[in-house]
Design a protein. Sequence first.
Length: 295
Amino acid sequence: MASLKEVRDRIGSVNSTQQITKAMKMVAAAKLRRAQDSIIQMRPYARKLNEMMSTVSEGAESLAESPYSQVRPVERVLLVTLTSDRGLCGAFNSNVMKAAVNRIESHYTKQALLKNVDILAIGKKGAEGMARRGFSTIGQFSDIFTRLSFVNVKEAADFIMDAFAKGTYDVVELVYNEFKNVATQVVRTEPFLPIQSSTDSPAGNAASNANYIFEPAEDEILNELIPKALKIQLYRAVLESNASEHGARMTAMDKATENAQEMLKELRLIYNRTRQAAITKEILEIVGGAEALAS
């Protein structure tokens, strides 16, 4: 049985940890509110932009001529993983990395064997984790979340789009956590490049049944719209991941606080039992000593 001093030290240590997890939960809650507002405001804009691109691109010859819509034999693949810069957020980061590995193993086995699969990690944990798994990581965008803004995300989008347009990669996909609520984040793997005509979508079908007058020319609008839509798509994914991170961290710290409280109950019970045993032992020693003197 541990001594009273050891139990007291453990109680003090757990108590300090509990205060830290409480503080981290409160910080995550404050950040989550701002991040949640940002993604809720972004979703309608991103959805409408995609609808506009579907409308304009329907039947436009420039879509097939765009450098971002070129469908090539898949020889080199780029996966963009969106994770956090810090840990203590449960399975948030590991879920993204597992999804990326599963995607490679199920769809890009041949490319992986030829070392033709690269990882662009937005978030330090993803960069470290995928490197440990033996994948090549490129780009220096791991600090985007420390200064999150459209301008910084745009730099990453420009890098990806330029690499695809030059033929460095034939397919680009995003792997990230989509924010549902504080306790739920859903891992998504979605195509980024090449873009494809959405004739099978409801927006595409609606566009094919309508006639529009475009000003300026349809091709000019599309050439401006495609790069913007791609940048907004990446920015939305980053905002989704950011909100999901704070939700995951808030949930993890809440659970850690509850676990610390349970541990404190157990340690206090052990402390009281140990103290009671020590007192009983002292009483027995005193009684034994008194009987020895009396005899």
